[in-house]
Design a protein around this ligand. Structure first.
Ligand code: NOJ
Length: 747
């Protein structure tokens, strides 16, 4: 390993450090802290501020790819930039790193950040889809693949996982998260952090994670991106904060502050959040980076008069690094001179930055995450592609299968493959596809072709476009349906309709796709509706008229093969919804863990909490998802039935596969606190287990439910377990459950 020439004062320390070339430990490696001390001692103010400055590379879409501009190169050489993002490729990142470690005075390596959200080049299912697998081991493994590919390309920092809870499907970024539940969201958050960072972030296949967007970005009013968030501290702490905490506990090296305000205080200038909760309560030791330009956005938010004031507010609140706005570079030195930012605080910010660089092993080998050879062997490797296919099929949720229409027989004579997404190569990549490329995608039509014998006739008709109004293709689609034994109809959204700045005011299928669905359904042929989208859509008509429906979200490069695996029974569906499917957008917000109210809805009773023109139930409940087999749940046994506030209840249930196929089931455990000092949700997910059962096989599933899982914020905002009675629900989703009861008494 060649070490770059370093500032002489550091050589001894670094030599000593590399003698102990073993995995570094995060947080607080003593050698790292000594190295950082010695650096901070010799850094000028401009060099310190430089570490806090992050800029995007130029020319994302140019060929052969992005690069740092001449001006940025100069700033790097002068130690005025600590990290570059949107730069990738071993060649480009090495060239930029070379400037930092050969031309800058202190030779501090750069961070290279990128939104590696669901894969680097091997695009995996979008996070909302992967959350539908309820399979944390798979999610961790997929994040590892993404990390290894990105790292080979020189990227050492991903702006992921996005762990924002979302209860409003109009919000486009719901696609990037894990849905509406704090426990599922927390487990997914931790799994992704472990996946990106591995056991050792300094490994050449690991990159730093960034839990975002802190905090409560998903609570935007009206589901409109960037909008105001206003919620009680109880909801913030019980529902929205747990996934960020889980990411921090899993060792996330960085956190991104969010664009939104919470109750009048924008997150990026929010001392209570960034310093109070994140650092003081949770003990986070990495650095906080602002979201893109979020520091100067404190001006339109109306809490800073100008960029100088914005920089002071953000930095003093605890935003260590400035993404793109330039406010710190321009004004932190002056704020320091004027005493509006203190030197110890600046040093602390720099320390946090350097800690992450140290944890990534960049002081040992700044080029660690960058290798042409690894780029060639890792990216899109057959192994990675196989994992993407498996992730794809595990992420699909079977919503309806009337009369056992699915799986289709492979001996079927003809299939009409219809719809704007049926042979679409670009949209299945989903939003935030990093380096995903349409040419890597297996379309649904191709996947079906791969699955059936060549004797099966495939009739393809697009029918219409995703958003257009042209109906002229519908007749051909109907003709194809009429000529076939079965129809696979792929409809949904474009990838650009979800993700950032992609909120929608309706959850309907866009364009004239409803007309296409109705026309194809009217042929009377057996139709399988395949949905591709970044949010749950309102599909009430389809649910009432189409026999089989699959929610496939956006599955990435192996879309077609993964869906075909389910269509023809090579894989038995096991996905479960990570959020509630509404009948119509008018039900928003509607989440399973809601409060009961004083007048719980009764559809036949006027003066109850309901809409007069809709059933009160969702279209599909949280946790819902069918299999090609059926599972039967026995009664729930609890023991003991009385515990104290330090005790544990064992929850037991027998689950039997009553169908004819081997199948995987996600057994779900929910709890309700019957009476509290404050109102409690009607049920809350407390655990789940994945089991595989052969036909006829039954198994006892046991959950251990410690009283600490019942912690809540009481009427004085103390975090306690309140004695009282609790109802336990176990089942195949949040609605279809069997229940039991236990009691918690004082200790
Ligand atoms: C803005 C987005 O909100 C954030 O999620 C992303 O990481 C940054 N841009 C950088 O691309």
């Amino acid at each position: 390993m060649t070490r770059p020439p370093l500032f002489p004062a550091l050589i001894i320390l670094l030599t000593a450090h590399s003698l102990f070339a073993q995995p570094r430990h995060w947080p607080g490696d003593a050698r790292g802290e000594r190295l950082i001390d010695s650096l901070i001692r010799v850094m000028t103010i401009d060099e310190k501020v430089g570490q806090l400055v992050q800029y995007t590379a130029k020319g994302r879409d140019s060929l052969p790819g992005p690069s740092v501009s001449a001006e940025q190169g100069e700033l790097i050489a002068r130690g005025r930039i600590g990290g570059i993002f949107n730069l990738w490729g071993a060649t480009a990142t090495r060239a930029a790193q070379k400037i930092a470690v050969e031309r800058s005075r202190l030779k501090i390596p750069l961070l290279f950040g990128l939104d590696v959200i669901h894969g680097y080049r091997t695009t995996f299912p979008i996070p909302l889809a992967e959350a539908s697998s309820w399979d944390t081991a798979m999610v961790e493994q997929d994040a590892r693949v993404a990390a290894a590919e990105a790292a080979a390309s020189g990227v050492n920092w991903t702006f992921a996982p996005m762990v924002d809870i979302a209860r409003d499907p109009r919000w486009g970024r719901i696609a990037e998260g894990s849905g509406e539940d704090p426990l599922l969201g927390s487990l997914m958050a931790a799994a992704r952090v472990r996946g990106f960072q591995g056991g050792d972030p300094a490994s050449y296949v690991s990159i730093a994670a960034c839990a975002k967007h802190f905090a409560a970005y998903g609570g935007a009013e009206g589901g409109r991106d960037y909008n105001t968030v206003d919620m009680s501290e109880r909801t913030l702490r019980e529902v929205y904060l747990p996934p960020y905490k889980a990411a921090v506990d899993a060792g996330a090296l960085t956190v991104m502050s969010s664009f939104n305000e919470i109750g009048g205080v924008p997150a990026t200038g929010n001392h209570a959040l960034l310093t109070g909760i994140l650092r003081n309560e949770w003990g986070f030791r990495g650095f906080v980076v602002s979201d893109w330009m979020a520091i100067t956005e404190l001006i339109p938010h109306g809490v800073a008069r100008d960029t100088l004031a914005a920089a002071a507010l953000a930095f003093n609140a605890g935003t260590d690094a400035d993404m793109e706005s330039g406010a710190y570079r321009l004004f932190l030195p002056r704020l320091l001179r004027e005493g509006k930012v203190t030197s110890p605080l600046l040093d602390e910010g720099v320390r946090r930055l350097l800690r992450v660089k140290f944890a990534l092993g960049l002081f040992d080998d700044p080029y660690r995450h960058s290798s042409l050879e690894l780029e060639r062997s890792t990216i899109l490797s057959p192994d990675n592609i196989a994992r993407a296919r498996d992730a794809g099929r595990r992420s699909i949720v079977l919503l309806k299968n009337a009369g056992g229409l699915l799986p289709l027989s492979k001996n079927i004579r003809s299939v009409a493959v219809i719809g704007p997404l049926a042979d679409d190569r670009a949209d299945p990549l989903g939003p935030w596809d990093a380096l995903g490329r349409p040419e890597d995608v297996v379309t649904l039509l191709e996947g079906i072709r791969n699955a059936v014998p060549s004797s099966t006739r495939l009739l393809y008709a697009r029918g219409c476009t995703i958003e257009g109004a042209d109906r002229s293709g519908i007749a051909l689609a109907v003709e194809a349906a009429n000529d076939a034994d079965a129809v696979v109809l792929a409809v949904g959204e474009s990838s650009a309709m979800s993700g950032e700045a992609a909120s929608r005011s309706t959850l309907d299928l866009p364009g004239i796709q409803n007309a296409l669905v109705e026309a194809v359904a009217s042929t009377g042929k057996p139709v399988v509706l395949v949905l591709m989208n970044g949010r749950p859509l309102s599909i009430a008509w389809a649910e009432a008229h189409i026999p089989a429906i699959m929610e496939t979200w956006f599955l990435g490069v192996q879309t077609g093969n993964a869906i075909a695996d389910l269509l023809f029974g090579d894989y038995n569906p096991s996905g479960k919804l990570p959020l509630t499917f509404l009948r119509t957008v008018g039900q928003v917000p509607f989440y399973y863990n809601h409060k009961n109210t004083g007048r719980p809805p009764v559809d036949t009773s006027k003066f109850t909490s309901r809409y007069s023109d809709l059933p009160s139930s969702p279209l599909f409940p949280f946790g819902y998802g069918l299999s090609y087999t059926t599972f039967d749940y026995g009664s729930v046994t609890l023991s003991p039935e009385v515990i104290d506030t330090a005790g544990t209840v064992a929850v037991d249930v027998r689950v039997k596969n009553t169908g004819t196929r081997r199948g995987e089931e996600v057994v779900q455990l929910y709890v309700r606190q019957d009476v509290g000092s404050v109102t409690r949700p009607v049920r809350e997910l407390k655990g789940f287990q994945r089991i595989i059962l052969a036909p006829g096989e039954s198994r006892r599933v046991e959950f251990s439910l410690p009283a600490r899982d019942l912690l809540m914020y009481d009427d004085s905002m103390r975090r306690v377990v309140e004695p009282g009675t609790f109802t336990v629900y176990v089942g195949t989703n949040s609605r279809d459950v069997t229940e039991g009861h236990f009691k918690v008494r004082e200790r």
